[in-house]
Ligand binder design. Structure first.
Ligand SMILES: Nc1ncnc2c1ncn2[C@@H]1O[C@H](COP(=O)(O)OP(=O)(O)OP(=O)(O)O)[C@@H](O)[C@H]1O
Ligand SMILES: [Mg+2]
Length: 325
């Protein structure tokens, strides 16, 4: 691991807006060939960080390096980055072809090569044949795919994607995730990806940065964050989690880590409140005093249960947090 090359470094970076919003004390090393996702609720500062890396914001403190060189004095076009904006930013007066060709012409790429590259890029995002259309003639999801194609055509060594799949429906979204992973490993590029969709972050990333109000709450691999959330906030943000208060502590455990014992023996007892069959597993809610505990069980257990039945719950894996954290 020690010989992994650091591609991007955020060093005590700050970007504060005049009204005091923004981010500060941002420290992170991103390795070459890594996909790192910034995940967090609306307004936590994800776009702010991405724009600072891409050069669309001046930082107000600290430094950003790529391949060891500070880039904060460089304008966006001089950085080895390409960014897909949350609002895709296609030029409305240009056709799709012209939108895609623009950056390549600036780089003096031969016309034949431009045509061939554009054809490939459109195929990649399932938009073949749309060259002559204008952005206004495309749906939001289609425009988003063109914006992705445009960024890939620039063959950046660092790709910055701000919720690039948010306007796509579930199936294309899934396809695009797989394509992005393939492109990333084929080209060996480094990707910084912003999303507020935890499932997207979990499936796509090598590491996830969970953000809360302008700060990093936790940085880790998807499994580290899922199995070892370092705070109540991260525990509640990633996956499903039950919380029960005991004295000055909060106990947190996932629905898949609860055993439901028919009859009533267990660490806590309660009564079955709802039973929902969700395909190969079943979600059983159990009323335990004032708490409702969600449990995922197999059909062989749920088939023996009815609403109102007394059950006991035991859990093998749990986390303890300070109640007032
Ligand atoms: N140009 C700006 N001027 C002043 N404040 C801003 C500006 N852009 C963003 N902010 C504020 O900075 C904070 C972080 O915004 P940012 O756009 O980075 O959030 P985000 O995590 O990308 O949210 P979302 O998921 O909604 O896109 C917010 O409180 C926002 O209101
Ligand atoms: Mg944003």
């Amino acid at each position: 691991m020690s010989e992994r090359k650091i591609k991007l470094q955020l060093k005590d970076m700050a970007k504060k807006y005049p009204n005091g919003d923004g981010v500060e004390h941002i420290n992170l090393d991103i390795y070459e060939g890594e996909i790192v996702s910034f995940l967090g609720p609306s307004g936590c500062g994800k776009t702010t960080i991405l724009r600072a890396i891409g050069g669309f914001h001046d930082v107000t403190g600290g430094d950003i390096t790529i391949d060891g060189q500070s880039i904060i004095a460089l304008p966006p076009e001089k950085r080895p980055t390409a960014m897909v904006f949350q609002s895709y930013n296609l030029w409305p007066h240009m056709t799709i072809y012209e939108n895609l060709a623009f950056g390549l012409k600036l780089r003096k790429i031969p016309q034949k090569q431009i045509d061939a590259d554009i054809k490939d890029a459109l195929k990649l995002v399932s938009m073949s044949g749309s060259e002559k259309k204008y952005p206004s003639q495309l749906s939001g999801g289609q425009q988003q795919r063109i914006a992705i194609a445009r960024s890939l055509l620039l063959k950046p060594s660092l790709l910055l994607l701000d919720e690039p799949f948010s306007a796509l429906d579930a199936k294309i979204r899934q396809q695009m995730r797989e394509e992005l992973k393939k492109i990333q490993s084929d080209l060996g590029i480094t990707v910084v990806f912003v999303t507020h969709d935890q499932e997207e972050a979990m499936t796509l990333s090598h590491r996830i940065v969970v953000m809360n109000k302008g700060k990093f709450a936790q940085v880790g691999t998807p499994t580290e964050i899922y199995d070892h959330p370092n705070s109540k906030y991260v525990a509640s943000f990633i996956g499903e989690m039950n919380f029960i208060d005991q004295g000055d502590k909060t106990i947190a455990f996932r629905p898949e880590d609860v055993n439901v014992n028919i009859g009533g023996d267990g660490m806590i007892t309660g009564k079955v409140r709802t039973i929902m069959i969700l395909g190969h597993y079943v979600s059983v809610n159990v009323q335990c005093g004032d708490d409702v505990i969600k449990c995922f069980v197999n059909r062989d257990i749920s088939d023996k249960l009815e609403v109102g039945d007394p059950v006991g719950l035991t859990f093998t894996k749990y986390h303890t947090f300070d109640k007032n954290e």
